[in-house]
Write a protein that binds this ligand. Sequence first.
Ligand SMILES: *Cc1c(COP(=O)(O)O)cnc(C)c1O
Length: 412
Amino acid sequence: MYWKSQTKETILKMVEAALAANGNYATNPILGIPGTYLDEDEFYRDAPFLEKAPFLKTLIANPNHIGCHTMGNKGLDIFKGTQNIERELIELCAEEIFQGAKGQQDGYVATGGTEANLEAMWIYRNYFRKEYGANTNQIGVIYSSDTHYSIAKGCDLLQVQSILIPVDSETRQIIPEKLEEQVEAARKKGVKYFIVVLNVSTTLFGSVDDIDPVVDFLDENNLVFKLHLDAAFGGFIYPFTNSNSKHNFANPRVSSISIDGHKMLQTPYGTGIFLIRKGFMQYVATDEAQYVPGLDFTICGSRSGANAIVIWMLLMNYGSEGWKAKMNELMERTNYLCDRLDSMGIHYYRNPYLNIVTIKAGEISAKVAMKYELVADTYEARPSWWKIVVMSHVKYEFLNQFLDEIEAQLVQ
Ligand SMILES: *Cc1c(COP(=O)(O)O)cnc(C)c1O
């Protein structure tokens, strides 16, 4: 994995060049598009601070990135400048971060991890329908009980069967016997085609689902499946902290991946990323979108080009080495937290390549947990776990305050 870090000046110039290659609502006669720049009364196009703010400039210029721009240059031509940057961004994520072969992946900037996960499920549902003549009730989604609720949402929206597999309470891995049991039960109900969703960091534990045990089991039973990785949380950490990761496109079993910019990368909300091997986007081509050049393949439809620009800007600013260093610093801070918990004899779950520490609820006071905004596994019942996520703002100073407070309580 390698890409170069660029200076702020270079990034600004590149975004300006992209905007210049776009049609400009202020200076070009653009008569037919139901879009324009942002309201001139609320958003000043000539404010001096915009000179050095490429993201805000793009936001105000308001390019529409509707559709998917990695499938040949068929998008709305008037926004081709910024859409080219989106294509570069998708290639960088697919090829550098997730080790895909050059030019062999499609993708787009989605509203978030939820949409990217739904997009994957939508594609595979339609793929099984079209290629295997499957009925919706013959399609099931295999996922662990620690999985983000967007997958359950997807089963509901797409009307496919949910096959929820319990995890081991210590390792947080799918229990093989339960996988067999649940798949067998689904097959008895007529499910023949499987969408497998595995996590590259669950939201609550930071656990990473092993791929091989699940996929080997399905292969041994000659079951038809497609594998999607939910890296909404871990996508900008795990590939940087674990150089031996098998959770990427170099692994032929992986078919698609979701990543969120608006978690670890600290981009504004609306910056999810969907990546998939080429050959699959067309299963969700909306033929009725005839007025969109190149048709639409996404769930969201119109979306701001500024969201693609801002993710790309951040990755260019850091470069691969800068980002790796930043993630390793977070790992050190997380190690520090774990070391102090160890010295107090407090039990927790942690994946060594991630920045999530999930503490057994009985072992610290709920009052302190709530004071520091730790997140519980449930708010509908008595919590079993409290989670700390060592994000950029979780400085040593805050960690120490929290740790000192629970240590003081232990002594009493
Ligand atoms: C946050 C998250 C999602 C959902 O992402 P949104 O951006 O909130 O839509 C999905 N999966 C995992 C593992 C997440 O952490």
